[in-house]
Design a protein around this ligand. Structure first.
Ligand code: FPP
Length: 246
């Protein structure tokens, strides 16, 4: 695989939907994709089938995010805690990630999707790292939606790293820490969605969530559709955000 020039998929036009579109006003949505295992168990299928169907949900939601005019969609795909899962499940998740990138990279390019990673994906196997690097380079010029995949990501680790970098530069304030986070170049986080009925953040975007809205659904991730994203954005559009003011 050659690191093909980033110009390979330079945009023909910007995101076709109109800015923070659809009247919902959100620019950056993050999703904790939970419930692949429960989805599979309810159908007496292997966990892996739940993860496979989870990838199909990822595909649907990336397309929907583009259509709904989001600037950034951040997906929690592999946490620093997920290393505690059985080795065969970890290997299978890595395989799915690779297949997802290999099969969808052309579509990202065609649709102006820019890929970003948060978390330390360099801890993954060399072939996975090389593929991710290739995809990052190839989509770097995309000016449509930014698809951010959280890989080997833990928010406390991210904050500690950012605080360390800010301290090394001599000024530690909320602003200098924010500027050192993995998300520094992304729009502020507007909305966090979590599927499958759990209501916690699980070490995901803790700093960025300071003023984000939350939307929870009982739906397991493999059943998540663009209509669910639309419902979450509609709910977001009705929230009154005061950012601590009145
Ligand atoms: C939660 O389900 C899901 C995960 C830990 C992994 C999410 C991964 C995918 C959707 C597939 C790969 C992702 C990409 C971007 C290609 P769970 O296993 O914790 O479900 P459970 O809580 O019901 O057991």
């Amino acid at each position: 695989m050659s690191a093909k020039a980033a110009t390979d998929c330079l945009p023909a036009s910007a995101n076709s939907a109109a800015g923070p579109a659809g009247g919902h006003g959100a620019r950056h949505v993050a999703i904790i994709m939970d419930g692949n295992g429960r989805w599979a168990r309810a159908r007496m299928l292997p966990r892996m089938v739940g993860h496979q169907r989870g990838v199909e949900a990822v595909r649907r939601v990336v397309r929907a995010a583009r259509d709904m005019g989001l600037d950034a969609l951040t997906l929690y795909a592999f946490s620093t805690e997920n290393w505690r899962r059985p080795e065969d499940e970890i290997a299978a998740l890595m395989g799915l990630l690779k297949r997802f990138i290999l099969s969808d990279l052309d579509e990202f390019c065609a649709n102006n999707v820019r890929l970003r990673i948060i978390g330390d994906y360099r801890a993954f196997a060399p072939d996975v790292v090389a593929l991710i690097d290739h995809a990052l380079a190839r989509t770097a010029g995309g000016t449509g939606v930014t698809l951010v995949i959280a890989l080997n990501y833990g928010s406390q680790d991210e904050i500690a790293r950012a605080a360390g970098k800010a301290a090394a530069k001599g000024v530690v304030t909320p602003a200098t820490i924010t500027a050192e986070l993995d998300t520094a170049e992304l729009p502020p986080l507007d909305l966090i969605i979590r599927t499958s009925g759990e209501m916690r953040l699980s070490n995901f975007l803790l700093w960025q969530a300071a003023y984000a809205e939350m939307w929870f659904t009982e739906v397991h991730w493999p059943d998540f559709t663009p209509e669910h994203l639309e419902a979450a954005l509609a709910a977001f559009g009705k929230r009154e955000r005061r950012f601590g003011g009145r």
